[in-house]
Design a protein around this ligand. Sequence first.
Ligand SMILES: Cc1cc2nc3c(=O)[nH]c(=O)nc-3n(C[C@H](O)[C@H](O)[C@H](O)COP(=O)(O)OP(=O)(O)OC[C@H]3O[C@@H](n4cnc5c(N)ncnc54)[C@H](O)[C@@H]3O)c2cc1C
Length: 452
Amino acid sequence: MGDIKELNIECQLSTPSSDDWDVARLAWNLATDLRPVGVAFPETASDVSRIVEFAGKNGLRVTAQGTGHGAASIGSLDNTILLKTGRMTGISVDPAAGTARVEAGVLARELGESLKGSGFYYLPGTSPDVSVTGYTLGGGMSWLGRNYGFACNQVSAIEAVTADGQLVHADHESNPDLFWALRGSGGCHAIVTALHFSLVPVSEVYAGALLFPAQLGAPALYAYRDWAATSPDEFMSIFRFLRPPDLPQVPEQLRNTPVITITGAFIGTPAEGERLLSPLLEIGTPIANTFQPMPPQGLTHINMDPENPVPVIGHHATVRELPDEAIDAFVAQVGPESGSPLLLAELRRLGGAFGRKPENAGALASLDADFIMYACGIPMNPELAQAVAARLDDVETALLPWAGTEGFMNFSERAVGMEKIYSSEVCSRLGEVKRRWDPDGVIVGKQELRLV
Ligand SMILES: Cc1cc2nc3c(=O)[nH]c(=O)nc-3n(C[C@H](O)[C@H](O)[C@H](O)COP(=O)(O)OP(=O)(O)OC[C@H]3O[C@@H](n4cnc5c(N)ncnc54)[C@H](O)[C@@H]3O)c2cc1C
């Protein structure tokens, strides 16, 4: 095994003896405690090549991280170099072609800013500070996704460093197997240095949040479910039970007050959006209604996701269908009377283009489920961490009779292994690609891909 200190690179490299070690190894998810052999901060694709080549020749492994939003699932980093891409920030947009190229460390909000006034947008999720690359390699479930599908399938080409340290180009014609695998499998086949993708012609959306008292309970969710069943593909929405923490950033009247939020985004005119939204206003008297026309840059703020690192323990499950019994089981675990220690529990509407397989799709083509459940809590102390983890288990168990057969890479915050995310057919194809491009297992991704 080589000594990380022999890695001769021009970019910053921190090791356990460096003064900045504890800062260097910190992930966005502060509940993780990553202990790699070193943390490298590449600035160029050739820095990445040198690091991966060194790892391969010295019996080490490499894992890439844009921000550490997804750090909870990666498992042990023994003998592994953590490669943080935050200094690879190049963005180029071609408005005439409706395409963009982003380097591995670009954040969602940075790409959003650079598209201002272009008439085009990418497929953003709810968080402004995920890396576009990590979000996209794990599928990319967007506010615009019921209309356009998963973000990974807007990717037209990928620049990546493979396990032997070579920089390669992958698209439908060159290295198509690697191109297929990288689109959805969470980056376990190569280290991506840049993504090229097609943009979509969206310059305004009607979007926002409705807040209701959490006491409305299960009937509010029945009504939302019925509404969601008839909403068009252009309308994406999320129902949540949320208990905003007692923090200065939260408006005083909402601190520690359980609420229901229904957040959503509609691609279409404000008048049509307002008309489509109106049945939801009959659920009860909203505490707040922030729906309004906005530029798509606003989309990563409507869900009120944290915009700075926080400690989080989360879990997810796909939900095939949501009959009243499933809603009752869910509300018993996370509703206002449940004594839940969770910060939030949500059901995100799937269907539409999320359920249709596009031609030439990557490893994630579609999800066959009506909803996806995600829930999380903030482990402020070890007792709370235990209570949160136990409740997440209980929510999963409660929904088991309606659970889908597959999971979703981006929401997988436990080290469950690839086989809990993808069908055996997709796993076996991912395994073939891994054997071809990384037979010695130099590259570590978000979930382990066991080769059988
Ligand atoms: C508050 C919050 C909101 C979220 N909302 C959404 C949402 O709306 N939709 C959605 O789809 N997801 C969402 N997610 C999940 C998020 O997209 C994933 O956690 C994703 O992995 C984040 O990417 P990252 O690079 O920022 O995180 P990281 O933890 O840095 O990366 C996650 C994984 O991506 C891979 N990876 C990252 N960069 C590279 C690279 N250059 N080459 C190869 N592999 C790489 C690695 O396997 C890494 O372990 C959310 C997460 C949080 C915490």
